[in-house]
Design a protein around this ligand. Structure first.
Ligand SMILES: *Cc1c(COP(=O)(O)O)cnc(C)c1O
Length: 441
């Protein structure tokens, strides 16, 4: 707990606006990936849907798609959550409820599970276990499992990525190894071990756990390392969320276009998940969507990288932060270079939030809307609050959203994890959140 700890190193919360934001069409024309890659990933997930229903019966109703709801928030709830000074016409608020994603319980279900499936498909085709258009559900049968059990899937994680990779790899019959960094919560390790996953605990930070895991995997030809700092596969798995969100908005009759701006606020750790989703959203909605990342004040690695375009690999330690935060999913010292390169000209900006604010918002989301989110996920709420009130945010809105259009805006806070947090742990978060106020500085 960092409260009251005088040696804790974190700057004040702030909203940073990206001076290098470009029109989406320009920025996307430079990218080496395209909408076709996002659609390809979506098609791969569809091929695996029947297998997922077999492995996880709770996915039957959704026909094997791992997806979260897009929840409405009433105007009154929104005012309580955002704590805006006066009634302002700023549009409507929605919650993209990834905190409740089945199977993995966090946004990591999108990328992590996708990468395990992409590896599974490659192996299955190599070993003649399936035909390209065959029935993937047979990959739960003994012949496939005999192939998979000889292979290892491994990953370095602060917790949630390990859960998504470990749970899916173990369900398919792979050996699974998760390298956990120091901040990983005990219950996440316990849950993984209960699934038969090997958990290796590291005393160091997330970057160190990834490094060790990557090296160990290189020595083993029958292993696949999910590289959270470098994997394009992971990135594309996350990006599919944009196609799903487009369908959900359409189903709810919500427009997102030049006259109806869309603002999306995404908690950011290494950057892969929010960048993958932002890439997809920019492909789908172009300049109508404005994407903001939110990071803990002590672990703002993406903000640090965006501020220093000429310093690849710059860490939060270089910027005077100590990477100490209770937002374990976001406790990352160095941004993904892949995510940075994609976001350089697409991201509107980055907000940071102190841990006290995360806990206060965790409690507010529970007490106002009945949601169980983890501290990392609660970070998203700082996005709209700061955009709508901080001078830098107000100036951004004036420049990008002309006239009365803000009243027609949709703001989506992406609540990225929480489903599997044990109740007693959550009660502790809640008590802390109810007792602290949001940190204003
Ligand atoms: C991992 C994670 C994020 C951010 O994803 P990155 O790819 O690390 O940026 C956000 N919220 C939660 C709960 C997470 O576990």
């Amino acid at each position: 707990m960092q409260q009251g700890n005088g040696s804790h190193k974190a700057p004040k919360a702030e909203l940073w606006v990206n001076p290098d934001l470009r029109p989406a069409s320009d920025a996307l024309a430079q990218a080496d990936i395209s909408l076709a890659d996002v659609e390809d990933a979506q098609a791969r997930l569809a091929r695996f849907a029947p297998l997922l229903v077999r492995l996880f019966p709770e996915l039957a109703a959704a026909q094997g798609l791992i997806e979260s709801a897009l929840l409405p928030v009433s105007a009154q709830q929104a005012e309580q959550l955002l704590d805006l000074p006066a009634r302002q016409a700023w549009g409507r608020l929605l919650v993209k409820a990834d905190h409740d994603l089945p199977v993995a319980g966090s946004i990591k279900a999108r990328g992590g599970i996708y990468e395990v499936l992409a590896y599974t498909e490659r192996l299955a085709l190599q070993h003649g276990l399936i035909q390209a258009d065959g029935d993937y559900a047979t990959l739960a049968d003994a012949p496939a499992r005999r192939v998979f059990e000889r292979h290892t899937v491994s990953v370095g994680s602060t917790g949630n990525l390990g859960m998504s990779i470990g749970i899916m790899a173990a369900a398919l019959g792979f050996k699974a190894t998760v390298h956990m960094s120091a901040e990983a919560k005990q219950w996440k390790k316990d849950k993984l071990r209960s699934h038969g996953v090997q958990v290796i605990e590291h005393a160091g930070d997330y970057a160190a756990a990834v490094h060790t895991g990557r090296q160990a995997a290189q020595r083993d030809p029958l292993s696949h390392f999910v590289d959270d700092e470098r994997s394009l596969t992971l990135f594309l798995g996350y990006s599919v969320a944009a196609l799903r969100l487009r369908a959900q908005l359409a189903a709810q009759g919500i427009a997102a276009d030049a006259d109806h701006p869309l603002f999306v606020y995404l908690p950011c750790g290494v950057g892969g998940a929010p960048a993958g989703i932002t890439f997809g959203l920019k492909q789908v909605f172009g300049d109508a969507v404005h994407c903001w990342f939110v990071e803990p004040t002590a672990a703002a690695c993406f903000l640090t990288r965006m501020r220093h375009p000429d310093r690849p690999g710059i860490s939060v330690y270089d910027a005077g932060m100590d990477n100490v935060t209770q937002a374990d999913g976001l406790a990352v010292p160095v941004a993904s270079e892949l995510a940075y390169a994609q976001m350089r000209h697409l991201l509107s900006g980055v907000a940071t939030a102190a841990d006290a604010t995360l806990f206060a918002d965790l409690a507010a989301l529970h007490d106002t809307a009945g949601l169980q989110v983890e501290p990392s996920a609660a970070a998203a709420l700082s996005g709209p609050r700061m955009l709508l009130t901080e001078p830098a945010g107000v100036a951004y809105l004036r420049a990008h959203v002309p006239g009365e259009r803000l009243a027609c805006a949709t703001h989506i806070v992406w609540s990225t994890g929480g489903r599997f947090v044990p109740r007693d742990e959550f009660e502790g978060f809640l008590a802390r959140g109810r007792s602290v106020g949001r940190a204003t500085g």
